[in-house]
Design a protein around this ligand. Structure first.
Ligand SMILES: Nc1ncnc2c1ncn2[C@@H]1O[C@H](COP(=O)(O)OP(=O)(O)OP(=O)(O)O)[C@@H](O)[C@H]1O
Length: 261
């Protein structure tokens, strides 16, 4: 992929996911551009998580096509898509609580070249054997910790950290795989005002060089961060455009923003 600003790094065309009779995602198209944040918003059950799972390969689409750069990755498994340059955060579920920040990020970095699904214990064992591999990934680990603003917490045990710091750690772990495309699922969930502001600053810091999709319910953060917005309702994208365009859309106002704001 050439290093051009605002090139499309991920493009999904008319993707659909059916669960029995329900189209959880119905003919949705999404582009993610390098250096831009594309926020996906919508009420509960609109299909945002399902869309994320389709783009990451955690679910295969029933229909439609997904390209990562020029590569057609439709139907690829998540590990293969991850190695192709897509990273996603999984709301804390990947954090190994008894380990330090540094150990967690190192394990995540080393999972990048893995053929197997993520398994912290397995990687812990393997890293003790592979000295050269450790050195190769240590720069990546340091960069990810620094970018996520956790240098001072490098040796902190993950389980003892605040909720906000654990969310920062999730981002650091995602960055450690050096993705070009980042899918972030509610990175501000459960945060207080100060923590949320710190996360907004963190996301702005990592925006250059990455194509980001942000699923988020915090509308202040969404409008502070998003360059592009897609609004989903009942599995469909009812509007897509810049934040001012979407804010002015009458369908959006009645279907979503109008209800809550
Ligand atoms: N594995 C599944 N099997 C059956 N139905 C599912 C499955 N996953 C999601 N759904 C349904 O698909 C629809 C969309 O769900 P999804 O979780 O993608 O919405 P969402 O926009 O992420 O909601 P929230 O904001 O609450 O996280 C819902 O009606 C949900 O019940």
């Amino acid at each position: 992929m050439a290093d051009t600003p605002h090139e499309v790094l991920l493009s999904a065309r008319k993707i659909t996911k059916r669960f029995g009779g329900l189209a959880a995602v119905n003919g949705v198209s999404v582009d993610l551009w390098r250096g831009r944040i594309h926020a996906v918003i919508g009420p509960n059950g609109a299909g945002k998580s399902t869309l994320t799972n389709l783009l990451s390969g955690d679910l295969p689409p029933s229909d439609g096509a997904i390209h990562l750069g020029s590569t057609d990755v439709t139907g690829w498994a998540s590990e293969r898509i991850s190695r192709q340059g897509l990273g996603r955060s999984y709301q804390k579920t990947n954090i190994f609580l008894p380990f330090s920040v540094h150990e967690n990020v190192r394990l995540a970095a080393q999972s990048r070249d893995a053929q197997q699904p993520w398994n912290p214990l397995r990687w812990w064992r393997d890293t003790r054997r592979a000295g050269a591999h450790n050195r190769a990934s240590s720069e990546r680990v340091d960069r990810a910790i620094e970018l996520a603003g956790l240098e001072a917490r490098r040796d902190a045990i993950a389980g003892t950290m605040s909720h906000g710091e654990q969310r920062q750690l999730e981002i650091a772990m995602t960055l450690a795989t050096e993705p070009q495309v980042l899918l972030l699922d509610e990175p501000l969930a459960g945060m207080g005002v100060a923590e949320a502001e710190r996360m907004v600053q963190l996301l702005l810091r990592i925006k250059p060089g990455h194509a980001m999709m942000l699923v988020e319910h915090d509308m202040d953060a969404v409008f502070a961060l998003a360059d592009h917005l897609t609004v989903m309702v009942n599995g469909e994208a009812i509007a897509s455009g810049t934040p001012p365009e979407v804010r002015a859309d009458a369908k959006v106002q009645s279907a979503y923003l109008g209800e809550e704001h």
